[in-house]
Design a protein around this ligand. Structure first.
Ligand code: DTR
Ligand code: CA
Ligand code: ZN
Ligand code: ZN
Length: 446
């Protein structure tokens, strides 16, 4: 927080007073701080996920509707409307700088197509995938099922390009063919992926029906850490969620899960009926199915709940940004994330994630947390270590008097009550206007 001249005088006085009173930034229980040393560098930092514009997502749905109208009323496998859908999505991604590939396969006597788009950069040994099936059933345009997921994944990929995101993990997006015939496209992709390449996929996120008119907010519960990324997002916007219970195997994530790959995803419901309790918390109509046009001709652009589509599109982007800038470090002593994360000035907290895996037991009573934040007037900053179960350990409080730059400090936290494995986060918030910065890197040493 940069001060005007008059406020600097006051600040100087209060610093002197603070010195006399020997007050300091109170260290939270179990946390001690080594003295900070300051260095500065120009950041090219990754921000938090941007808002995904609903209008852009709906623009893609309008295109899908037009494609269906021009191709016999559907976008089904083996029909011209499906290949036209592939061509539309591919053109957008090629123009946005993606490396795209169309994978062919044959089923039900017709050629099917998967579209795979890689965002250049990131660790090729840690691939984060997000996908959606692009095909509809033959009876209609398939706007909610699954234009909604396809459009949200497309717009998230385009947002990555607009942001010039430099993720720590390599990002790969995919649109599957012939899901409606039994997950055929995604099964073909996973089945033809060499074992070594499958092992590089950190997670696959699936989005199939995320704009249902009588929407529910369901999160896949196949993987606790991935489920938490989505649940935390919805908690942050005040929306409660339920775990998706319409049964495993019902969409393309099953192709990945069956190959031992971690999966997560979102769903707003299909033919099942919304209960009174669900209507109470989510709105909509009890006793009516989540999507009355499921697999029907009326699954067109009027068959979308804008609020649900918007929320789920933003949640998808949040997950891609969060998981895309996280790292999974093989078992060892030090676990570090060097991805830059912009800290919004006087704004919401941001996090940088390190996934610890392969350890046994709890974290140590003297867990070393090395922090490197480049930020002028570091007194603006509040810094916490957040354990995988959400427990927060305060590392640094804000201070109106600490005008020095950068937080380059080694903290020690008594984390002996926390299981070692899981997604640990460094959470940083700038709580005062002016002065900006970014998380440069941070490290856990067990
Ligand atoms: N199989 C999907 C719809 C569907 C039904 N249950 C779930 C659960 C999770 C995701 C999707 C679905 C389809 O008809 O495309
Ligand atoms: Ca949005
Ligand atoms: Zn379907
Ligand atoms: Zn579907």
């Amino acid at each position: 927080m940069r001060l005007s001249a008059s406020r600097r005088t006051l600040a100087a006085a209060s610093i002197a007073l603070a010195g006399l009173l020997a007050t300091a930034v109170p260290a939270a229980a179990g946390v001690s701080a080594a003295p900070a040393t300051a260095t500065a560098a120009a950041p090219t930092a990754a921000a938090a996920a941007p808002d995904i514009p609903l209008a852009s997502v709906k623009g893609h749905l309008t295109q899908f509707q037009s494609i269906a109208a021009a191709n016999g009323g559907n976008r089904a496998h083996g029909r011209t409307g499906y290949k036209a859908s592939i061509d539309y999505v591919k053109a957008k991604l090629d123009a946005a700088g993606y490396t795209t590939a169309v994978q062919q396969f044959t089923t039900a006597g017709a050629i099917g197509y998967n579209l795979v788009a890689d965002w250049p950069g990131g660790d090729e040994g840690q691939v984060l995938m997000a996908g959606a099936h692009l095909d509809s059933v033959a009876s209609g345009a398939g706007i909610n099922d699954n234009g909604s997921g396809s459009a949200a994944v497309l717009e998230t990929a385009l947002a990555v390009s607009r942001a010039g995101l430099r993720p720590t993990r390599h990002l790969r997006f995919a649109w599957w063919g012939a899901e409606e015939l039994g997950l055929v496209g995604s099964k073909h992709y996973v089945g033809n992926l060499p074992g070594a390449d499958r092992a590089k996929i950190s997670a696959y996120l699936n989005f199939d029906m995320i704009g249902s008119p009588n929407a529910g907010y369901f999160v896949y519960d196949d993987d606790a850490a991935l489920e938490k990324v989505f649940k935390d997002y919805f908690t942050g916007i005040g929306v409660s969620t339920e775990i998706e219970t319409e049964g495993d195997g019902r969409s393309d994530h099953a192709s990945f899960k069956n190959a031992g790959i971690r999966v997560g995803g979102l769903f707003t419901g299909a033919g099942r009926v919304k209960t009174a309790a669900q209507a109470q918390k989510w709105g909509g109509t009890a006793g009516q199915s989540f999507d009355r046009c499921y697999h029907s001709a009326c699954d067109n652009t009027t068959n979308i709940n804008d609020t649900a589509l918007d929320r789920n599109s933003d949640a998808a982007a949040h997950a891609v940004w969060t998981l895309g800038t996280a790292v999974t470090v093989p078992p060892g002593e030090a676990y570090e994330n060097t991805g830059d994360v912009t800290v919004p000035d006087n704004g919401p907290a941001v996090t940088s994630t390190v996934e610890v895996a392969g350890r046994t037991g709890n974290a140590p009573a003297a867990l070393a947390v090395g922090v490197d934040i480049k930020h002028t007037w570091r007194g603006d900053l509040v810094v916490d270590l957040v354990a995988p179960d959400g427990t927060a350990y305060r590392l640094k409080n804000s201070s109106a008097n600490d005008s020095a730059d950068n937080v380059v400090t080694a903290y020690t936290v008594n984390a002996s009550g926390e299981p070692a494995n899981g997604a640990w986060k460094l959470r940083v918030q700038d709580v005062a206007a002016q002065d900006t910065g970014y998380i440069d890197s941070w490290k856990l040493t067990f």
